[in-house]
Every structure is written in structure tokens, then in C-alpha cells.
Design a protein around this ligand. Structure first.
Ligand code: NAD
Ligand code: UDP
Length: 329
């Protein structure tokens, strides 16, 4: 039987690379696409030798051409951490608008089913906790996070329009904070920030008083949820995340314990519009997909810490900074 063909955008990134692994494992023909703006080829280089894997170095905000048939598209290309999207705000807006238009057009042309990566950021700084899919959010369009939040909200609207107007098969996953191996140590997100600081013997930087909450999902659980959603028949957004909520200060204390660091938690200013609370309501995922997370934070953090410790020491010490200066706005 012919292998099913799937295009994965953002394939060299944290989540994209885990998706590539999963679909290779399921014996798909995987076409990976990335412009490497925040991703890293090291995340997928183990796949290059496979006959059912190919890689296109391409910016999806420009016209996307893929020869041959496509059965599925997973659109994951987008800067994802606050540090990244604050450094490249225009590219973030472009990939969420021009990029999604290109991918939806491609899906229509190939008669492929498309799943897009949305985010809990569509809820902004939420006024209700936990957040169900029916909540419309509390987003500041002109604040620093607006470039990401509004791009993702537009992306959802565009996807629904292709679904209702063109009858395209679409799926929307709203991803809550996810962590695991292959996160970039310097992407600014709290988990790599804390673990990197602990390994380097620096104090852990808690933003604000640390009373803001997040709910962290281990990457394997997220990938399973996405896999199930793709093959479901549900076109409306579905939250995928782990409802186990924790304050950032408590989270810092957990990392201190896990790593055995003798460093302290220190306080830094809270970024503008930093959401005060975030926890997914996963009733829909449970009912529609029969999905719920299986990996506890203790287990997931242990695996992730081992991964970061296994990186070459020079990389950890230097904390390679991405150079965004060569990208056109
Ligand atoms: P990441 O930065 O590791 O991966 C994103 C990938 O997209 C990178 O490899 C980057 O080079 C690529 N990319 C960006 N712009 C591109 C463009 N114009 N053309 C081609 N490739 C481009 O981030 P991630 O955590 O893996 O996030 C992946 C997706 O999941 C994003 O859409 C993000 O918004 C979404 N998401 C992630 C989380 C999370 O907790 N990790 C939470 C919510 C949503
Ligand atoms: N945060 C922190 N110290 C850091 C990095 C982040 O206290 O060094 C906080 C940040 O202010 C936010 C939370 O941790 O309240 C999660 O931040 P992250 O960037 O990981 O994700 P997001 O804010 O997008 O959920």
C-alpha cells in the first residue's frame, strides 16, 4: 500500500520535530518544511537518511509549492516564545496571516486535510479559569504579545473560513504550555530558562512576584492529542494541555529541588500583559478524542533535565543566541 503523504511546517522546531518522529513511526511519507528562523536542523538530522523523509528549506510566508500528492498538512511554523516573537514581530504576523493563507490554498489544491497549531494565547490574560474553548479571550491587540496572539486568532478565523466556504477538512489545536527535549535552551520560555540557569550556576529569574500560574504538558502527551485530533472528525478548536496548574514561584522551587542547585530564586520585572493564570479545560479532548495527559510533571521534568544535561557543555555555557538580523521584515 502507498504511504500517506504529510507536510509538516515548522518541522525543525521543538514540536515539529517530535511530530516528524511520530509520523515516521506511523510509516507516513514526511515532507518537512522550515526556514530555520527559530528551529534547528539538529532536531531532525537523524531522519535525513530515511527514504520516506525529505526536507525543504523554505519560508511559508512565501508561495508554497510541494510536488506530488498530499494527504495531510500540519501547520506548525511560527515563532512561539515571547523572546522570539518580540525580536521578530513582523515575521510572526506574516507567518500567521500570509503563511496560513498559503498553506490553506495548498490544502485546497491537494484536497488534503490540514491541522493548524493555535495556542492558549488566543485567550490572552483570561478572566476565567480554567479556559474552555467557548471562551473568547481577553487580548490586547496593540501590546507586545499582540503580534503573536492576534496572528493566531486570525489564523483560526482564516481556517474556519476555508472550512465553511470551501468545505476544506480542517482541525485546530489550541496548545497550552508544552515542554520536553529539543526546546532551545535560550528561547526564553520559563522551563529552559530555569533549567539553563541551574546548570550554569546562575540564580533563577522569577518574573513579577511569581504568583502567576501555568499548566505544563509533557511533549509526548501533546503529540498523542494532536495525532488523535487529526484523525477525528471535529473541525472546531480543541484545547490540548495538562490541567495540573502551578505558580511560577512554586515551579522555580521544583526546578531548584530537581537540579540540586544551591542558587536562589531572584525577582525580575513582570513582562507587559503577562497572563496571570492559565489552565486548560480539557473536557472536549476527553470526550471527543478520549485523550488526557499521562505524564506527570515530576516524570516529564526528569526526562527534560536529563536531555539538557546531555547537551555539550560549551553549548550550555555559551547559550547560543539566534541571529535574526538576516531576515527580511
Ligand atoms: P519552535 O520555535 O521550536 O518551532 C517553530 C518552527 O517554525 C521553527 O523551526 C521555525 O524555524 C519555523 N518557522 C517559523 N517561521 C517560519 C516560516 N515563515 N517559514 C517556515 N518555517 C518557519 O516553536 P514550537 O514550540 O515548536 O512551536 C511550534 C508551533 O506550536 C507554533 O506554531 C507555536 O505557536 C505552537 N505552540 C507551541 C506551544 C508550546 O508550548 N511549545 C504552545 C502553544 C502553541
Ligand atoms: N517567566 C519567569 N522567568 C523566566 C521566564 C519566564 O518567571 O526566566 C515567567 C513568565 O513571566 C510567565 C511564565 O514564566 O509568567 C511562563 O513564561 P513562558 O515564556 O514560558 O510562556 P508564556 O508566558 O507564553 O506562557
Amino acid at each position: 500500500m502507498e504511504r500517506k503523504r504529510i507536510l509538516i511546517t515548522g518541522a525543525a522546531g521543538f514540536l515539529g520535530s517530535h511530530l516528524c518522529d511520530r509520523f515516521i513511526k506511523e510509516d507516513f511519507y514526511v515532507i518537512a518544511m522550515d526556514n530555520l528562523i527559530t528551529g534547528d536542523l539538529r532536531n531532525i538530522e537523524h531522519l535525513f537518511k530515511l527514504e520516506n523523509f525529505e526536507f525543504y528549506h523554505h519560508d511559508v510566508s512565501k508561495f508554497v509549492h510541494v510536488p506530488g500528492e498530499l494527504d495531510y498538512i500540519l501547520h506548525f511554523a511560527s515563532p512561539a516564545s515571547p523572546i522570539d516573537y518580540l525580536k521578530i514581530p513582523i515575521q510572526t504576523l506574516k507567518v500567521g496571516s500570509l503563511g496560513i493563507h498559503n498553506l490553506l490554498g495548498l490544502a485546497k489544491d491537494k484536497n488534503a486535510r490540514i491541522l493548524i497549531a493555535s495556542t492558549s494565547e488566543v485567550y490572552g490574560d483570561p478572566n476565567i479559569n480554567p479556559q474552555p474553548e467557548e471562551y473568547w479571550g481577553n487580548v490586547n491587540p496593540v501590546g507586545p504579545r499582540g503580534v503573536y496572539d492576534e496572528a493566531k486568532r486570525f489564523q483560526e478565523a482564516m481556517t474556519m473560513a476555508y472550512h465553511t466556504f470551501h468545505g476544506l477538512e480542517t482541525r485546530i489545536v489550541r496548545i497550552f504550555n508544552t515542554y520536553g527535549p529539543r526546546m532551545r535552551l535560550n528561547d526564553g520560555r520559563v522551563l529552559p530558562a530555569f533549567i539553563g540557569q541551574a546548570i550554569r550556576g546562575e540564580d533563577l529569574t522569577v518574573f513579577g512576584d511569581g504568583s502567576q500560574t501555568r499548566s505544563f504538558c509533557y511533549v509526548d502527551d501533546l503529540i498523542e492529542g494532536i495525532y488523535r485530533l487529526l484523525f477525528s472528525d471535529y473541525a472546531y478548536p480543541v484545547n490540548i494541555g495538562n490541567p495540573d496548574e502551578i505558580t511560577i514561584r512554586e515551579f522555580g522551587e521544583e526546578i531548584v529541588k530537581l537540579t540540586g542547585t544551591t542558587q536562589q530564586l531572584i525577582t525580575k520585572p513582570l513582562p507587559v500583559d503577562d497572563p496571570k493564570q492559565r489552565r486548560p479545560d480539557i473536557t472536549k479532548a476527553k470526550e471527543i478524542l478520549g485523550w488526557e495527559p499521562k505524564v506527570s510533571r515530576a516524570e516529564g521534568l526528569k526526562i527534560t533535565y536529563e536531555y539538557f544535561k546531555s547537551l555539550p557543555m560549551d553549548l550550555i555555557e555559551k547559550v547560543e543566541h539566534k541571529d535574526f538580523s538576516n531576515y527580511n521584515k
